[in-house]
Write a protein that binds this ligand. Structure first.
Ligand SMILES: CC(C)(COP(=O)(O)OP(=O)(O)OC[C@H]1O[C@@H](n2cnc3c(N)ncnc32)[C@H](O)[C@@H]1OP(=O)(O)O)[C@@H](O)C(=O)NCCC(=O)NCCS
Length: 164
């Protein structure tokens, strides 16, 4: 996709990032969050992502259509070189290679930043996300059963690992 570009997120696109995420909050088990974040909460989230934990966006013809982030996997210091990855593509732009492009960039940045492992925590019913991550070389390392409850049903959480 020649008119797709990926760049670091900036404060002016936080509303768009939040809007893309809110769709999954309200309509999907892709996130176990059930109430949308406010713009103020999104701003705090962004501010907490320091240089070791980038947030990036994908722009198609200048419009932000997806985003991805690396976050600390765990607060304890010895986990510092393990990151948890997230990505969300606008619902009207799925299956155009944008998720893969963001994930490729996140993995490149994770490696360049000296991280060692990337973890994806994915709801067991999220076939598109599981398929994307497995196609990129993530391997399932564990499944917690019925640890989530959303839309009146129990959900398994699958942990996948990528070795940088
Ligand atoms: C999961 C998600 C990020 C995929 O992004 P996308 O841009 O639609 O995916 P891509 O077009 O880059 O697909 C890349 C590969 O992933 C797999 N894949 C993506 N969507 C799929 C689907 N609906 N069914 C099966 N495989 C799928 C395929 O292997 C695909 O390659 P192919 O199109 O050559 O067959 C997107 O569906 C999304 O944002 N979903 C809601 C949020 C979410 O689940 N985020 C992940 C939480 S960690």
């Amino acid at each position: 996709m020649t008119n797709l570009s990926i760049r670091p997120a900036t404060t002016d696109v936080l509303n768009t990032i939040n809007a893309i995420y809110t769709h999954s909050v309200l309509h999907s088990t892709a996130t176990y969050q059930t109430e949308p974040s406010t713009d103020a909460e999104r701003a705090l989230w962004f501010a907490a992502h320091g240089p070791q934990h980038p947030v990036i966006v994908a722009e198609l013809d200048g419009r932000v259509v997806g985003w991805g982030s690396l976050s600390p996997f765990h607060a304890r210091a010895a986990f510092a070189r393990t990151v948890e990855e997230s990505l969300y593509i606008h619902q009207d732009f799925h299956r155009r290679g944008i998720g893969k492009a963001i994930l490729v960039e996140l993995l490149k940045r994770a490696k360049d930043l000296g991280h060692h492992r990337v973890i994806a925590a994915i709801s067991g019913d999220q076939e598109p996300s599981l398929a994307l991550h497995e196609s990129m070389g993530f391997t399932e390392r564990g499944r917690l059963t019925e640890v989530g409850f959303k839309f009146d049903r129990w959900l398994d959480l699958v942990y996948l690992e990528y070795r940088l």
